[in-house]
Design a binder for this molecule. Sequence first.
Ligand code: NAD
Ligand code: SER
Length: 317
Amino acid sequence: MKNILVLGSGGQIGSELTVRLREVYGDSKVVATDLDPNRLTQQIKDSGPCFSCDATNREQIAQIVKDYKIDGIYNLVAILSATAERNPMLGWNIGMGALLNCLEVAREYKAALFTPSSIGAFGANTPLNGTPQDTVQRPRTIYGVTKVAGELLSDYYFDRFGVDTRSVRFPGLISNVCPPGGGTTDYAVDIYYAAVRGENFECPLKKGTLLDMMYMPDAIDAAINIMEADPSKLIHRNSFNVTAMHFDPEEIYQEIKKHKPDFVMTYNPDPLKQQIADSWPNWMDDSCARAEWGFKPKYGLAEMTTDMLKKLTEKLL
Ligand code: NAD
Ligand code: SER
C-alpha cells in the first residue's frame, strides 16, 4: 500500500494506528478521518492530512480515495458491544453502513480493506475454550451479528470481485492513549486508570470471567502485518483469531497489586456486560494467524501491566 485512508482515527485503535501508519508509510501518505474531528489528537492533526468524514456517506469516502489516490483503507468505524446493545439500530446502521460503503469504494477504486472483527463474533454455543478459527458463530448481540455479517460480506467481496479484504478478530484491547468506546472488555483498561489515580475500582464483571485480551502495540502490529502479508500464504481472510493473553478480573487485579499493594477492587457485575462476556470465548486458538502470516504478540499480562502503570503515571500524575 502506498496511500492509506483511516476511518475512525479518533477512536481507541485509530488514534494509535494512524500515528504508526504515518511512521511506516510517511506522514503525507496517511489520511486521518473521523465523524467527529475534535476526537483527533493534536499529534494527528499536526502530522498529516485530516478530514471530517462520515463513513455512512459513501460519496465522502470516495472523494478522499479519489483525491489522495488511496490504495488501502483501514475501516475502524463501529459501535462497540455494550453501547450497541443499548441502541441496536445504531449498532447495525453504523457498523454495516460503514463496511458496505468501504467495500463498494474499495471495489471501485481497487483498494485493499482492513475492517476488524471481534471475539464478539462468537456466541454461547461456540466452543469457548481453545475456540477454533473455523467454528460455530451464532452471537446473540447486535455487535456480534454485525461482525459475523461483516466477515461474510468481506469474504464475498474478495471471492466475487477480487477486493483484497483482510481482517482479524480482536480480543479486548488495552491502551493508555485513548479510552475505550463502550465495550464489554473496557474494565481491563479502566482498572489501570483507577489504580494510578489511587481510586478503588468496582468491576462490572464477575470473578472467574475469562476473556481474551491484547495490549495495543501488539494490536497495531497485527493490523499492519496482516495487510502486508504475502497473499499467497493466506488460506483465511475474514477474519483471523488473534490473542495475546486471557485472564479473569481477579488475575489482572492481583497483577496490579504487585505494583500497588493498597489498590482495592470490588465486584458489582453489570447484567448486560456479564451476559455478553459469558457468551465470548475464554481463550481462542490463534494458530492460523501464527502460521499464515506470522502473528506473534510481544506482551503478556505482566509486561503489559508494568508498561500501562508506567505510561499512565507519566500521563496522569
Ligand atoms: P472506538 O469506539 O474507540 O472508535 C470508533 C471511532 O469511530 C470513534 O472515533 C467515532 O467517532 C468514529 N465514528 C463513529 N461513527 C462514525 C461514522 N459514521 N463515520 C466516521 N467515524 C465514525 O472503537 P475502537 O475500539 O477503536 O474499535 C475500532 C474497530 O475495532 C471496531 O470495528 C471495533 O469493533 C473493533 N474492535 C475493537 C476492540 C477493542 O477492544 N477496542 C476489540 C475488538 C474489535
Ligand atoms: N472490546 C470490544 C467490546 O467489548 C470487543 O470487540 O465490545
